[in-house]
Design a protein around this ligand. Structure first.
Ligand code: FES
Length: 149
């Protein structure tokens, strides 16, 4: 079993739905892991596969993309495009040796604060079970090696 640690979870979320739910979760004082770092986007259709790969290269232990419910995207199909890109990112990170479960797509409506809190718990649990991102550890080790006299 992997050691216990506090995973770094990156959340790329759309401003219209999931961000509102996350904001409401705060107002409702719902408890969820503090290791999540939120980046607000106009729409998840903005998410590029390269953003997801770069997040892992930079040391994220898990990445979640969360947009509006299917059919509710303010830009019509942005969340569907994001869903396809997350699926593609799963294939690419698997080729790089990472568990594809480290990246996931969610659809969370503006009034669904409990769903947001549960999604963060789910990704944090998953990252805890998988252990730290080995790419992040390798990067940290190489940086440490470079810093040695
Ligand atoms: Fe929310 Fe497109 S506006 S996912």
């Amino acid at each position: 079993m992997a050691e216990r640690y506090d995973p770094k979870v990156l959340a790329l979320i759309c401003t219209y739905c999931t961000y509102t739910a996350a904001d409401m979760a705060g107002s409702m004082r719902l408890q969820y892991p503090p290791g999540v770092r939120v980046v607000k986007l106009l729409c998840t259709g903005k998410v590029d596969v390269l953003y997801l790969l770069e997040a892992f290269r930079a040391g994220a232990d898990a990445v979640m993309v969360s947009g509006c419910e299917i059919g509710d995207c303010h830009f019509l199909e942005g969340n569907l495009r994001a869903k396809e890109r997350v699926a593609h990112a799963k294939e690419l990170i698997a080729e790089a040796g990472l568990d594809p479960g480290r990246v996931e797509m969610f659809h969370i409506g503006a009034s669904d604060a409990p769903k947001w809190a549960e999604a963060v718990r789910q990704m944090t649990r998953r990252a805890q079970e998988l252990g730290p991102n080995p790419l992040g550890r390798q990067k940290a080790q190489s940086l440490a090696a470079e810093a040695r006299p």
